[in-house]
Design a protein around this ligand. Structure first.
Ligand code: M6R
Length: 608
């Protein structure tokens, strides 16, 4: 949940740390800090608030150093405050530590350290690391860090610098991502490649229980048992422009507007129009096993879980394989019945979500085929699954997931198409579907042109405290996703329901103060949804509907309509979600909310 970055080399370290932290601010943004070694002394600055606040403080200091580390925090233990911000230091102020993760046995370790005379300054679990390393230090920092980390129960991505060995930076991980950037005469270590890409594209990914020891000349990787490890150097493939705002007010808006290109990228080289089929290289070796699985269990969290629900509809309809969709956070704790003839597909933008990772491990341990669908190349889940498929949507920085969702649905449609064609889906039906998939980028462009209409409707939502989102069939998960977008960035309480469920309870909420957002496109459940709209109107409700272009009849019934182009029913979520993303975005912006960094949230949830 936090972002950590370290640098050792020949350049001034503070601007590099601040820039790296800004690139990772999506990971946490309640407090931040840096530590550097200058004139063989540790110098630490930290504060509550955003990285730009820290940066302003630093500008006044004029410290010069070429080695240091930084941290942007998403609080778990202890409120956001200057004292709880990282880096944390030992009693003698010779060791500085930044940590991402949770130390589950910190209470026991803290009381042991206190009984041995260590003094603590914060309420965090992380601070114990600095004191443990201090306790174990007998002239070898690598040894002290290894000994300290062996005692930890829980997860860590950790960076350490020390005046004991002032030219070195140490980084280790267990359960939290860590990537090392190898430049010329400089090395960076961070939670995310976005913090490194301005300096180098050559990276190595640390595995759990590995430690990197870096100086300006290069790095050495060892296990926490002190065994040397030879690592392959990989290349970061995306450009810097993909992690900048490119003229948009917010990353979220940029990412919404990128969707014609990002879904195209997700299909590039995979869609076989003439054959009415798709080719997914990453799954090729296991397609037979997948096709003949007893069932497919999709597991995910948040927006990715909503995509999974659409995947269930798609795969059952096109491929006739039974699919179940599970919250990853529930899956891991209910000891699910999984056998060797099941396949588990983990869907995750970041590839680092702790609950989803735990579900993957549970599935593998029980002998199921574990597949991953990730956006972040080289992420932990991408590496821990038996096989998988990347989204190729490019870095998603806005905390509210948008382009990852549409790419997830596209990729699920491709999987359904491949599996369908291995079974009973005819080549004609495959061709119809693939033709329609290829037309979606242009259709999204035409929806994006309606941003002013959507903005004018959003303006009317602002005074409201609640909203209801209703859809049926393939668009029921879209109702859930529309509601999630609205609540997470505008703080308006929004609920998604299958439209027919309204009469079983939520209908009691309907009055003129309740905006009800329907997805009512022309599809096989259209008439049923129209009936539900009538029921809302009969009770004085205020209806906004996503409708099919040219549907005049429904326009007369609703207070506001947002027309979208027609597509095949199984693909309609890729279009119907776009106006809902924009509706949430404009509502939040006009309410003055920070859409890219909503309160209490972080982009990648690497804690339970
Ligand atoms: O990286 P993941 O896809 O595994 O993340 C899962 C959720 O944390 C994520 O989708 C979250 O719900 C987003 N903030 C939604 O916009």
């Amino acid at each position: 949940m936090c972002g950590i970055v370290g640098y050792v080399g020949k350049q001034k370290v503070l601007p590099i740390l601040i820039n790296g932290l800004k690139r990772m601010e999506y990971r946490g943004y309640d407090s931040a800090g840096v530590a550097v070694i200058a004139k063989n002394k540790l110098w630490v600055k930290k504060r509550k608030g955003k990285i730009r606040d820290l940066e302003m403080d630093l500008n006044e200091e004029g410290i010069s150093s070429t080695i240091g580390l930084g941290h942007t925090r998403w609080a778990t233990h202890g409120a956001p405050s200057q004292l709880n911000a990282h880096p944390h230091v030992d009693c003698q102020k010779k060791i500085a530590v930044v940590h991402n993760g949770i130390i589950e046995n910190y209470v026991q370790l803290k009381s042991r350290l206190q009984s041995e005379g260590h003094h603590f300054n914060s309420e965090t679990d992380s601070e114990i690391l600095a004191h443990l390393i201090e306790m174990f230090y007998k002239g070898d920092m690598g040894f002290a860090i290894r000994e300290a980390l062996q005692l930890i129960e829980g997860t860590f991505g950790v960076l350490v610098i020390s005046t004991h060995e002032p030219e070195k930076i140490f980084g280790a991980r267990r359960g939290s991502p860590m990537v090392v950037g190898i430049g010329e005469g400089e090395t960076l270590i961070a939670s995310d490649g976005a913090a490194l890409v301005e300096h180098t594209r050559n990276v190595i990914h640390l595995e759990d229980d590995e430690m990197a020891i870096a100086d300006a000349q290069g790095i050495q990787v060892k296990t926490l048992q002190d065994k040397k490890v030879i690592k392959a150097v990989e290349k970061i493939s995306y450009d810097l422009s993909r992690i900048q705002k490119g003229g948009y007010d917010h990353f979220m808006l940029k990412e919404i507007f990128e969707q014609p290109e990002t879904i195209h990228d997700s299909m590039r080289g995979r869609l076989l129009l003439e054959a009415g089929n798709a080719k997914l290289g990453g799954l090729e070796g296991c397609l037979d096993r997948l096709r003949h699985s007893y069932r497919l269990i999709i597991t995910a969290c948040g927006t990715s879980w909503h995509a999974g629900l659409i995947g269930e509809y798609l795969i059952e309809k096109l491929a006739q394989i039974p699919v179940e969709v599970e919250y990853a956070s529930e899956f891991r704790y209910r000891n699910p019945v999984i056998t060797r003839v099941d396949t588990v597909l983990a869907i995750t933008q970041s590839g680092e979500t702790a609950d989803t990772l735990a579900a993957v491990r549970e599935a593998r341990q029980k002998g199921a085929l574990a597949l991953g669908m990730c956006n972040v190349v080289g992420s932990t889940i991408a590496r821990e699954t038996d096989a998988g498929v990347y989204l190729h949507a490019g870095p998603e920085i806005g905390v509210a997931s948008t382009k990852a969702f549409t790419s997830q649905v596209i990729t699920l449609a491709l999987i359904a198409l491949v599996l369908g064609r291995m079974g009973t889906l005819s080549s004609e039906d495959g061709q119809t579907l693939s033709q329609e998939l290829s037309l979606l980028p242009e259709k999204i462009r035409s929806i994006l042109k309606q941003k002013d209409l959507i903005k004018s409707i959003a303006e009317k939502i602002i005074p409201h405290q609640n909203a209801l989102y209703l859809g049926r069939g393939f668009n029921y998960p879209v109702a859930l996703e529309g509601a999630l977008k609205m609540k997470e960035i505008s703080y308006i309480h929004a609920e998604g329901y299958p439209a027919a469920e309204m009469k079983h309870g939520p209908i009691a909420l309907i009055d003129e103060n309740m905006p009800v957002i329907f997805i009512a496109v022309k599809d096989p459940v259209y008439d049923k949804v129209v009936n539900n709209i009538e029921e809302v109107k009969a009770r004085g409700g205020w209806v906004i509907a996503i409708v099919s272009e040219g549907d005049e009849e429904i326009s007369r019934l609703c207070d506001h309509t947002i027309p979208i182009p027609h597509t095949l029913q199984p693909l309609s979520p890729i279009l119907t979600v776009i106006p809902l993303q924009l509706l949430a975005y404009y509502t939040a912006v006009m309410k003055g909310c920070n859409v890219d960094q909503p309160r209490n949230l972080a982009k990648s949830v690497t804690v339970e």
